[in-house]
Design a protein around this ligand. Structure first.
Ligand code: RUB
Length: 329
């Protein structure tokens, strides 16, 4: 269904949506906070008739959700804001959108800080921590452990094809943490030296599956085989109410050009390139989710979703996601 409201979405908001899509803004937590910020900007810049605001802001929400499909923190952020203006219209809805957006960002940053504090206590002197990709939650946690004076080191994967591991290595080095940078395929061979694995999360499903950067599940299996505990550091906004209501997590497929040089590919037309950006780790490989609410075993994920989002939220989110799918066709 073509959407006439699209035309009035401010340039700055469309830029944030594009930055998420092209990964200039990336990492599930940051994506969620940027989406909330985009909703705030959209509300602040709205100049249309008061009675058109609700439809307009929903369109902005759907535009944001459409950017990347996997991290549930993105629809959770949009849903957090939109659910707070349910039944409102006009100026009241506009003001409440701004308030809810700010509140979301605030809660998200507080959660990040709190989980980093809790998780930092898991890191002990002599630990060798392996991490994958770039997760702000993991970096914060490790920085807090370092500030506490814990003596540990980190192995980090380069994370092909986008090399987010380089961001992790730089940020940890800047914080005075010793880092060994490895290729993704070296994970199993270094596992005997590792004492803990800590990765981030894009989505946690109600039955305790972890969706995170592609390669995470192989790391979890290698850790399990070696008897190394595997944790995911995640704010509760990455738990998926839609999965509670039976919604599937969509694994983003990105372009072949991220993996191979287009010129190389041009000469090899029969080569099919597959570039899934995320994968799914089974709960039996996961020691626990380090959240702002404490260390949560995978089997308790559904309780967190019920507690944080309420029973109805999964269905409401699915409705929003279905609307989004309809608009995309
Ligand atoms: C990033 C990734 C991160 C999570 C958590 O993938 O998988 O582990 O998003 O990050 P991408 P954070 O680079 O494709 O966005 O802790 O920063 O929310």
């Amino acid at each position: 269904m073509p959407n006439p409201v699209n035309a009035s979405i401010p340039e700055e908001v469309l830029r944030i949506a594009d930055d998420i899509k092209t990964m200039r803004i990336r990492g599930a937590g940051k994506i969620a906070r940027s989406a909330a910020q985009a909703l705030i900007i959209a509300a602040e810049k709205y100049r249309g008739p008061p009675e058109g605001f609700t439809e307009y802001i929903r369109t902005v929400g759907v535009t944001l959700i459409r950017t990347r499909p996997t991290a549930v923190s993105l629809p959770n952020a949009v849903f957090y804001v939109l659910s707070r203006i349910d039944g409102l219209e006009g100026e009241e809805a506009r003001i409440k959108t701004i308030e809810a957006g700010k509140k979301f960002i605030d809660l998200s940053l507080t959660a990040l800080d709190r989980l980093a504090e809790i998780g930092s206590k898991l890191v002990e002197d002599g630990d060798v921590v392996l991490t994958h990709c770039h997760s702000t939650a993991v970096v914060r946690l490790l920085q807090k452990a370092r500030q506490r004076g814990t003596d540990f080191q980190v192995y980090n994967t380069e994370t092909r094809p986008r090399f987010q591991g380089r961001i992790t290595a730089s940020q940890l080095l800047d914080s005075g943490i010793k880092v060994t940078h490895i290729t993704d395929s070296a994970v199993r061979s270094v596992m005997p030296r590792i004492t803990k694995v800590i990765v981030g999360a894009d989505t946690v499903t109600s039955d305790g599956h972890l969706v995170n950067k592609v390669g995470t599940s192989q790391i979890a299996i290698a850790a399990y085989e070696a008897g190394v505990p595997f944790y995911s550091a995640t704010e509760s906004i990455k738990f998926s109410p839609a999965s509670f209501a039976g919604g599937d997590v969509v694994i983003e497929e990105r372009s072949a050009e991220e993996v191979v040089d287009p010129i190389w590919l041009k000469g090899r037309r029969n080569v099919k390139v597959l570039n899934p950006a995320f994968d799914i780790t089974d709960p039996e490989y996961i020691h626990g989710f380090i959240t702002e609410l404490g260390l949560i075993p995978p089997r308790a994920a559904s309780l967190i979703i019920r507690e944080m989002f309420g029973l109805r939220s999964g269905h409401l989110q699915l409705k929003l996601i279905e609307e989004e799918a309809e608009w995309s066709h």
